[in-house]
Ligand binder design. Structure first.
Ligand code: ADP
Length: 462
């Protein structure tokens, strides 16, 4: 088993990884930037190393500083968490070149799956159904127009290197292809430094259903069931549940098998997620994420498996601690991603300071957070500040628990998305469980109106 791990991340995910390390008696080394000096992840680690500033040193993206910190503190491995360098093949390769284990798949696998057009190709060859679309990248407007015409409208122009919902544009008819193509290409270039795009048919009102997989070094691959992540704003997830309320046992089995097949086709190692969109009885592969996901706790709640513990075991060269037949889905789990955002200003991030904090507890409630009373919320980083996760024997029980957990949470001093989550938990489309990725587009304004009618705009406490 590994003895000392550097966590190349911050905030709640750094704390979450520290917890799994402690449970396995592994020492943790935190890294922090100047503005994160007083962060919880820095305080809780066995050792903490400053890696510079965001502005001058590129903060948590500075590969050289991270590797030097790992070498100097005698770490055998680096856990990248999610975001930052977690999906960087260059970082995975640099770790290995310096004799440090990267806790994740190989650089080669990350490179393959990070190129979505190439990943589609690999999956097609492995017999996993992908969304109808172009064969590989599309280079010119004329080519995009021709392929879009063949696919039928609406189509989606997507960045090959895409992530976080960026670099995606819809063309609803032939007159919109040019603009969609050029805009997606420009955004892809500026966001990812790679302007390669491809085309997919836009599936209207799909559900986003993803499978968690684990793979060890001996080539064993299992899946741990699915998560429904269809409550999204601008293609970014807000709330997730496990299992998917609408999935038949038959479809679950088929999709799970395809997820395992997808991972095997990519030569996968460690934890990963195979994402599908589901349209009635049909499902299509959209991408595979080569890291731990923000929403991994809902899978942990229904399977009882600590995914970070499994990641650490796999990186230590140990075999998976369970077989496919040992995976059982118990009850239902829901996660709410709480962000420091002003929902009335188009969910703009609102950095500041937490003046007073009370987090929920009790049966079936888990909080993944790095908040404390008095802590600062940095303008440099993601606005997600805390995740509330609940488990219940049934979906209804989980819904009630989440309402209770949200009701108990007090984050004073900042505006947060907490009230919107609360309203979602009472919305009838959500309660029916029949919602799709269009939920926020359809009901987002209604939720804001309800919040405003309840006096939300004038509230200093959210
Ligand atoms: P990213 O890597 O940027 O998150 P994804 O390919 O995972 O991009 O897609 C993010 C979300 O965009 C999906 O969860 C889904 O809601 C929507 N989406 C992606 N592709 C399609 C498609 N072909 N049809 C309909 N919706 C899609």
């Amino acid at each position: 088993m590994l003895k000392r791990v550097l966590i190349a991340n911050r905030g709640e995910i750094a704390v979450r990884i520290q917890r799994a390390c402690r449970d396995l008696n592994i020492d943790t080394v935190a890294v922090y930037t100047e503005s994160d000096r007083d962060s919880l992840h820095t305080m809780l680690a066995d050792k903490a190393v400053c890696i510079g500033t965001e502005a001058a040193d590129n903060g948590y993206l500075n590969m050289q500083n991270l590797i030097e910190a790992a070498v100097l503190t005698g770490c055998e491995a680096i856990h990248p968490g999610f975001g930052f360098l977690s999906e960087s093949p260059a970082f995975a390769a640099a770790c290995e070149e310096n004799g440090i284990r990267f806790i994740g798949p190989s650089a080669e696998t990350i490179r393959l799956l990070g190129d979505k057009a190439q990943a589609r190709d690999t999956m097609k060859k492995a017999g996993v159904q992908v969304v109808p679309g172009s064969d590989g990248p599309v280079d010119t407007v004329a080519e995009a127009e021709r392929i879009a015409g063949q696919l039928g409208f609406p189509v989606l122009v997507k960045a090959s290197a895409g992530g976080g919902g960026r670099g995606m544009r819809i063309a609803r008819d032939e007159t919109q292809v040019r603009t969609a193509f050029l805009e997606a290409k420009t955004e892809a270039g500026s966001s990812f430094g790679d302007d390669t795009v491809y085309l997919e048919k836009l599936i209207s009102h799909p559900r986003h259903v993803e499978f968690q997989i684990l793979a060890d070094e001996e080539g064993h691959v299992i899946h741990l069931g699915e998560r429904n992540c269809s409550i999204q704003r601008r293609n970014q997830k807000m709330l997730e549940e496990a299992p998917d309320w609408n999935l038949s046992e038959e479809m679950r089995t088929r999709m799970g098998q395809d997820a395992v097949r997808a991972a095997k086709a990519a030569g996968y190692r460690n934890a990963g997620t195979v994402e599908f969109i589901v349209d009635g009885e049909n499902y299509y592969f959209i991408e595979m994420n080569t890291r731990l996901q923000v929403e991994h706790p809902v899978t942990e709640m229904v399977t009882g498996v600590d995914l970070v513990r499994e990641q650490l075991r796999i990186a230590s060269g140990l075999p998976l601690s369970l077989r496919q037949e040992d995976v059982h889905i118990n009850g239902h789990a829901i996660e709410c991603r709480i962000c420091a955002e002003d929902v009335f200003r188009d969910y703009a991030p609102v950095p500041g300071q937490v003046e007073f904090l009370h987090l929920p507890a009790g049966a079936g409630v888990r909080v993944d957070s790095a908040l404390y009373s008095g802590c600062g919320i940095s303008p440099f980083y993601d606005s997600m500040i805390c995740k509330l996760i609940v488990h219940g024997d049934t979906r209804l029980e989980a819904v009630r628990r989440m309402r209770r957990a949200l009701g108990e949470t007090i984050i004073q001093g900042l505006k947060t998305t907490l009230p919107i989550h609360h309203l979602i938990l009472y919305h009838k489309a959500f309660l029916r469980g029949k919602y799709d990725t269009g939920f926020m587009e359809q009901f987002g304004q209604e939720l804001l109106d309800m919040y405003e009618a309840a006096g939300g705009k004038n509230e200093s406490i959210s």
